[in-house]
Structures are given as C-alpha cells and as structure tokens.
Design a protein around this ligand. Structure first.
Ligand code: CA
Length: 498
C-alpha cells in the first residue's frame, strides 16, 4: 500500500442555525445552515500547492444536495462558503482540490467527512484531503548517457488507471529528484525536469518524488563510456612506389598500414559492419579492379574481372582494359557498387561481394561515376558528366533516375539516409536526398565521408603548398580542422560506421 501524505484542510461549521419551523404532521425536515471556512495556506502544505480551487459538496444519504466552489483568493488566507438550508441531521461533506479556478482540471486531492447539522449548535470539524496521485512516471524509459554528458528526464504524476490515469498537476517546487548512485550519475533538477550527468560507467536509479503526495517514480539510467572511435581508412603513397590503404582513429592515433606493395591501392570503402574494406587496385593481373579484404588486410580477394559490359557477347580490348573504382557496399554487405571506365564513358555497375552477379546499372555513353549506396539499400546516388557534373539518385526497385543537384560530384549518403554530402570541387555542400535544403559548408573539398553519427565529415583538400590532405568539418559548417600531415599526400577518406 502506498503511504499518502494527507492534506489537512480545516472546515469550520459555524453556527448551524435552527431552521424555519415546520408544521405538524406533514412537517418537512427542519433545516439549518453551515458556514465552512477554507484555510488557504501559503503554497506549502494543507492543500496541494498547485491547487487553485476547492469544490465542496454536501451529501444527504449519498445524494448531493449542495455544491459550491471556492477559488483561491489572490492573497491567500481564507475563503468562506455558506451552505444554507441544510437539513438537520447527519450529512457528509466531500471536497476536491483542482489546479484551475472554477474546479477545472484533474483533481489533485480529494476527501470526505461526516458532518452533523444540529439546531442551535456550532460544530467544528476537520476534513482530510488525500492526494489523487497514484503514480509518478519518469520519462524516457531506459535512458542512456555518456560519461561527462547530460540527458534530460521528465517527471509526471497521474491518477490511478481506474480514474483514467489522468495527469495531475504538481507545483514545480514540489518535485524532488535524487540519484541513488551519485558515483555513477548525478542529477540537476528544475521542477519536473532534470538533467542527468554521467559520471562513470554503470547504472543509477534516478528517483523523482512529488513531496506533497510522497509518491515516487524512478528510471534506471545507463551510463556508458565515451563512444569508441571508429577508424578512418585512406590512401597514401607508401614509399615503395605505390599507394597503400591505411587506417587510423579520428584523433590521429592507432595508424595501421593495411596494404603494401608497389600498387595503386586507392578509394577504400568500409562494409557497413566495418569488418571488410573494398578498394580499387592495379595489382598484377588486373587493369584496375575492385578488391575486398578484411579490415586487418587479411583475406585479400579480387572481386571484379573485365566483363562484356556492352553485352555484345565478347570482351573487347577496351573492356579488357577497364578501370574500376570507387566501390560502395550495399548495407547488407552482399553487393558492391562501383564505377567502370570503359569503351564508352563510365558506368555504375554492381557485383556480388564474391565476384558473381555482375550488373550494369547506368547507360553506356553517359559518364556516371562515384556511386554511394543508400543506408536503406533502396537507392544508389552517383554523379553524371565529365567536367560539368550533376548528382542523380537511382531507385533500384523502379529503376527511376532522379536528378537531385544540378552540379556537384562525389555524393555520399549520410548514415541516417536523409542527406547527401557532395562537392562542386570548389565547395562541399549538403542536400536532402530529394534535392531540397541545399547548404554550403564553405570549404573547398572533395570526397566527403560521414562520421558514424552524422555529426562530422572527413574530406580531401588540396592545400596551396601542393599535394593533398584530409580534414574534418562539422555537418553545420563549423570546426574545420586538418586531420593528416600536410607534408604527406593523403586522399580518399572512408569512415567506418562502427
Ligand atoms: Ca563487349
């Protein structure tokens, strides 16, 4: 059973008066009257602080015979209700406190008490109101917060389910919050809202109490460590006559050279589960083909082989010398989209990750490059054109091709699938996937790559001193900062999503 703090509300029945006399025989029941005085306390006790009216009923054998409302006076103090023509005898008084004047809103407290109206006597009695709050809720359920960061919780009080579970207004100052484990999470509250600050990894109950009713609710907050960094892959001259794939963390630590040799290993792309990297390489026996390896460089496999791309039944010389590049994984990791420069322009093609199932997606004779597979797997974005390019999206189920930007290249889907990062060559820009909402980020940039949470982008920049280097920028255009050593050439950033 829940222990409810009682609101004591003093009702004074002053001078129940003799009624007008009746006549013999069929004489009606004599009547009296009562004057009820409501003490409106400072907003601290007795009736709920957030209450602004009290409705009083007098019941005779359960039947309401009188109903009056007292609103809280502006200055507090007392309200007087005169109840006239009450029948002498045993009656009952019922009272409810409401958040709004005029007895409007969900009752916050309620109570009943017997009252005896006696001719010529004064009766003092007290009526006790109990809170209607049956439950306190803390939202959202199951919150998490990172160490050193803050998450917002909200408390609300409701009546019992049987009473409709209606929200009951609580005065802001009547909420009290505490953390059952301040070593894990602390709480900083204002009224029904509280900021929870993660202190160290673990779980902590955060408890909200309506101090008037004494009813509490809680939620368990999970405090997690600072998110683990995910690696960024890129390509760089390896000092052995080629370019190799490297990975390192965004803070610059943990650099690893993943491929070696005098080959052009470029344009890495992470599988969605970050276990594999696809890239373009001119390894022996290939012109330039898509290869796949585990993220540590093991299990390196060539995926594409020159193919009869024009469908004339023969792999002509031009097809044998095709140049593939810019792989992009399907989100389920089963397919790779890539560009093929061949006999006629360049085309977007797909292949299964095991090398089977080659398909050409775009027309021969149109130069289509830089595919990016949407996170939901339903579409592929790419650029069209050679020097003047535009950005298109192909919906795979319908083969519908839609131009989403009149200029721009290197489209890259944001992890949430809502936006594309592109570059004009002169400026990095973001657009919604339907082409609306274009925002320029004010940096000259190529080959954008989104961070896993979509808050940042890595990109390639050509510094005035020559070469190329990698930079970061926040997705709102702030915080541009260099990532790699300006003395060394780097290109093709790819950010692992996990
Ligand atoms: Ca052919």
């Amino acid at each position: 059973m829940r222990q409810l703090t009682r609101f004591v509300w003093l009702l004074l029945a002053v001078g129940a008066l003799p009624g007008c006399g009746g006549t013999r025989g069929t004489a009606p029941r004599p009547t009296g009257s009562a004057t009820l005085t409501i003490e409106w306390p400072q907003r601290s006790r007795l009736i709920p602080a957030a209450s602004n009216s009290v409705a009083v009923q007098v019941l005779d054998l359960g039947v309401p015979i009188v109903h009056q409302i007292a609103d809280r006076p502006a200055s507090g103090g007392f309200s007087t209700i005169t109840l006239a023509n009450l029948p002498v005898g045993d009656l009952e008084v019922a009272a409810d406190a409401f958040p709004l004047t005029g007895a409007q809103g969900t009752p916050q407290a309620t109570g009943r008490a017997p009252i005896r109206i006696e001719a010529g006597k004064t009766t003092d009695f007290a009526l006790t109101l109990a809170s209607t709050i049956a439950r306190v809720w803390v939202d959202p359920p199951g919150p998490t917060v990172v160490v050193g960061r803050t998450t917002l919780l909200n408390a609300r009080a409701t009546m019992a389910e049987g009473a409709g579970g209606a929200l009951v207004l609580v005065a802001p100052e009547k909420w009290a919050w505490r953390s059952a484990n301040p070593a894990v999470a602390t709480v900083n509250a204002t009224g029904s809202q509280a900021d929870v600050i993660g202190v160290t990894e673990g779980a902590a109950k955060i408890i909200a109490t309506d101090t008037e009713s004494g009813v509490s609710g809680w939620v368990e907050v999970t405090v997690t460590a600072t998110p683990t960094q995910t690696r960024i892959a890129f390509s760089r001259p390896n000092g052995a006559g080629g370019w190799s794939i490297f990975t390192r963390y965004p803070d610059g630590t943990g650099e690893t050279q993943v491929t070696t040799g005098a080959f052009m290993d470029v344009q890495p792309a992470w599988s969605a589960d970050a276990t594999r990297i696809a890239f373009s390489s001119n390894r022996p026996g290939t012109g330039s083909d898509i290869h796949v390896m585990n993220a540590d460089g093991t299990g390196l496999t060539r995926v594409t082989v020159p193919t009869d791309i024009d469908g004339d039944g023969a792999v002509a010389t031009g097809e044998q010398n095709w140049q593939t590049g810019r792989p992009s994984w399907s989100p389920d990791g089963t397919q790779i989209a890539f560009e093929v420069a061949c006999v006629a322009g360049a085309s977007i093609c797909t292949v299964n990750a095991d090398g089977t199932g080659f398909q050409r997606l775009t027309d021969l004779g149109t130069t289509c490059t830089s595919p990016s597979w949407s996170p939901d797997g339903a579409a592929i974005a790419y650029d069209v054109g050679t020097t003047a390019t535009s950005v298109w999206v192909k919906t795979l189920a319908t083969a519908t091709e839609t131009q989403v930007a009149l200029d721009g290249r290197h489209p890259m889907w944001s992890p949430d699938g809502r936006r594309l990062a592109c570059t004009t060559g002169a400026e990095l820009f973001l657009i919604n996937a339907d082409g609306t909402g274009r925002v320029g980020l004010g940096v000259d940039a190529g080959r954008p790559a989104w961070s896993p949470d979509g808050s940042r982008l890595a990109f390639r920049r050509f510094p005035p001193t020559g070469g190329s280097e990698l930079w970061f920028i926040n997705a709102d255009g702030t915080g541009a900062v260099r990532f790699t050593d300006p003395a060394v050439e780097e290109d093709f950033p790819a950010w692992a999503l996990r």
